[in-house]
Design a binder for this molecule. Structure first.
Ligand code: UDX
Length: 460
């Protein structure tokens, strides 16, 4: 919405939310305190806020005044009831559709921006239709058009992705409404990149795009494990296959598995829908993409334990990076969560450093309060947040790199090694360190997918 406001100064954009703290944070005069950390977003908000971008808790008024309403609420995986663990929880979508039905005036275009299961638009349409024709306060008869306009931005590059999208997808049945939305994007997106489809294709395209991207990561991670066993290097393999123009070079980075708010949720949703339609083999196929991802995370935790003489009980391990990827403070489904939990289960003492993730977020994710008293050999794992890499590695037996923060690419390993308990390890799950620098600092190294490095160090 901030980027739309930036690119279309003549359009007034009002972001409304029931959460007053959130809205207050978006209105904060200190732009470094916006609720979402996203490179370049502070500048965009700084330019537009108060001009044609407003943040407000006046939901009713925001809807009543709008010609177009974007439903951008969250759709997490259901935790209980029918479809628990797989289906999307649509309660907020439905509640906001009901608010729109109640407060809208005149003709309103309703745009599904949240990622939704296929055919959700039908539910939104049914709720809106029930209100159609009723007169609003203005005496104008209400009417609605529903569009699907899924968002493909990735976190950390959100502003750049929005400013130069590969494509914008608009699904719907009402061509006037489609063109109204297309004309907004036309302020900065070339028309050949604005695709028009039917509603269901648009909804399914978003799930499919995320499923394909996640599948590439599971595919390369499966090959990474194979490389480690055979002496091949997954980066060399990725480069060789990526030069095939049919495969392409992107999304072939082996690592600790995918995290983030979308991939797992969307695939599980796809699996649920496939089962619903009796497509069990299709469901099993996509489920295996998630299963391999989970396996990769357990595998990394396991190999840390194995290399540290089969036990991490009472050992201090530095965890470098907690966010699900670099340049974000988001930890949803972060691989670090599962890996840290496994190591805590083994009785380790974790010293976790992330440049952007707040310690109270780590408490929520690990489901365990921080504790500075070392666990000793009691077998009870514990953790603390560290303020720097140097503090985290102090006295540690190993450093695990779980997020590819730029700062981790050029760490002063000779100095850090001196602070660690020998023989000390670097487990590089993102392949960001220079193996020569680490080895010449006297450290042992495991690098994801690198059979040559791992076999030279004598581990597997
Ligand atoms: C993703 C999609 O890219 C985006 O189009 C969609 O709108 C939302 O979901 P996002 O979750 O922000 O975006 O991050 P993305 O860059 O796709 O990375 C997802 C996860 O995959 C991260 O944990 C990342 O570290 C991992 N990843 C990505 C890899 O392990 N290897 C890769 O080669 C690429």
């Amino acid at each position: 919405m901030a980027v739309i406001a930036d690119r279309c100064p003549q359009i007034q954009v009002t972001v409304v939310d029931l959460n007053a703290d959130r809205i207050a944070a978006w209105n904060s005069s200190d732009l470094s305190r916006l609720p979402v950390y996203e490179p370049g977003l502070d500048a965009v908000v700084g330019r537009c806020r108060g001009r044609n971008l407003f943040f407000s808790t006046e939901v009713e008024r925001g809807i009543a005044e709008a010609d177009m309403v974007f439903l951008s609420v969250n759709t997490p995986t259901k935790t209980k009831g029918l479809g628990a663990g797989q289906a999307s929880d649509l309660r907020w979508v439905e509640a906001s559709a009901r608010s729109v039905a109640a407060y809208a005036q005149g003709h309103t275009i309703v745009v599904e921006k949240s990622t939704l299961p296929v055919r959700t638009a039908a539910a939104v349409q049914a709720i809106l239709q029930a209100a159609q024709g009723k007169t609003a306060a203005s005496d104008e008869s209400k009417s609605f058009s529903v569009l699907s306009n899924p968002e493909f931005l990735a976190e950390g590059t959100a502003v750049a992705d929005l400013e130069r999208p590969d494509r914008v997808l608009i699904g719907g049945e009402d061509s006037a409404a489609i063109e109204a939305l297309a004309s907004i994007y036309a302020h900065w997106v070339p028309d050949e990149r604005i695709l028009r489809t039917n509603l269901w294709s648009s909804e399914l395209s978003k799930l499919t795009a995320n499923a394909f991207l996640a599948q590439r990561i599971s595919s390369i991670n499966s090959i990474a494990a194979f490389c480690e066993s055979t002496g091949a290097d997954v980066r060399e393999v990725a480069r060789a296959i990526g030069m095939d123009s049919r495969i392409g070079p992107k999304f072939l980075q082996a690592g600790p598995g995918f995290g983030g708010s979308c991939f797992q949720k969307d695939i599980l949703n796809l699996v649920y829908l496939c089962r619903h339609y009796g497509l069990d083999e299709v469901a099993a196929y996509w489920q295996s993409v998630v299963d391999l991802n989970t396996w990769q995370q357990h595998r990394i935790a396991r190999l840390v334990v194995n290399n540290l003489f089969g036990t991490v009980t009472g050992k201090r391990l530095a965890v470098l990076g907690f966010a699900f990827k670099a340049d974000t403070n988001d930890t949803r489904e972060a691989p670090a969560i599962r890996i840290c939990r496994d190591l805590l289960e083994e009785g380790a003492e974790l010293a976790i450093y992330d440049p952007k993730v707040a310690p109270d977020q780590m408490v929520r994710d690990l489901g365990l309060a921080a504790s500075s008293a070392g666990p000793g050999l009691s077998g009870e794992g514990c953790w603390q947040a560290s303020a720097s890499v140097a503090e985290a590695v102090q006295g540690a037996d190993a450093a695990l790199i779980l997020t590819e923060w730029q700062a981790f690419r050029a760490l002063p390993w000779p100095q850090l090694a001196q602070q660690m308990r020998q023989p000390a390890w670097v487990f590089d799950a993102r392949a960001v360190v220079d193996p020569e620098v680490v080895r010449s600092a006297g450290l042992r190294l495991w690098r994801v997918g690198d059979g040559s490095v791992n076999q030279r160090t004598g581990n597997g």
